[in-house]
Design a protein around this ligand. Structure first.
Ligand SMILES: [Zn+2]
Length: 196
């Protein structure tokens, strides 16, 4: 399970959603990967700190959540380094080498990947996406689609989730239960041999 921890992309999102997600993960004893946006961590330092304190892997999700291919090399470097400093200060973790391009934009762009590489990062894409950013998506639907998507992919499936949609908050517990019932185990992206 991978979560993009970032400012909500919608006008209204339930307050306390990331705390709820962290609570569900802790209760189920599941460790996940969180790609943290720098500007979000500045605004939510307590939640950012909790991610690392509770044993999750901390990655980098840019500072401004811009589409990386729109930035020139120097802009890319400053965005990444600015967020890196904030992520380190708030979470206590060095996010390197884990990076996720906002919107996945740039994940196939050699220039973007080259600059990320110079800075010690590699992009981590995903296999299963659930449209969990759509407010009409219920927790039940997200959980069912996640289980179906992971089964279809097989071993090493990387699932994309977001920290702010209420449906995602509702989905965590049934998703974990459903996947465990199918003998899945949960690891951070650092433990996978092959990354998307
Ligand atoms: Zn994002």
């Amino acid at each position: 399970m991978t979560f993009d921890a970032e400012h909500p992309d919608r006008a209204w999102c339930p307050p306390g959603n990331i705390e709820r997600i962290l609570g569900s993960l802790a209760q189920a004893d599941v460790r996940a990967t969180f790609f943290v946006q720098g500007r979000w961590a500045e605004a939510q330092p307590a939640a950012a700190k909790r991610i690392y304190e509770e044993g999750h892997l901390v990655g980098h999700h840019s500072h401004y959540h811009a589409r990386m291919p729109l930035l020139h090399d120097e802009g890319l470097r400053s965005d990444v380094l600015e967020a890196q400093a904030v992520i380190e200060r708030t979470t206590g973790a060095d996010p390197r080498p884990w990076f996720r391009c906002p919107f996945g934009a740039g994940s196939d762009d050699p220039r973007v990947l080259g600059v990320l590489g110079e800075l010690g990062y590699r992009n981590v894409h995903w296999h299963v996406e659930l449209d969990d950013w759509e407010t009409w998506r219920t927790g039940t639907a997200i959980a069912e689609d996640a289980i179906r998507g992971v089964e279809a992919h097989g071993d090493g499936a990387v699932v994309l989730l977001h920290t702010w949609p209420g449906g995602t908050g509702d989905a965590i517990q049934p998703m974990i239960e459903g996947l465990r019932a199918r003998s899945a185990s949960f690891v951070s992206v650092a433990e996978l041999e092959v990354l998307p």
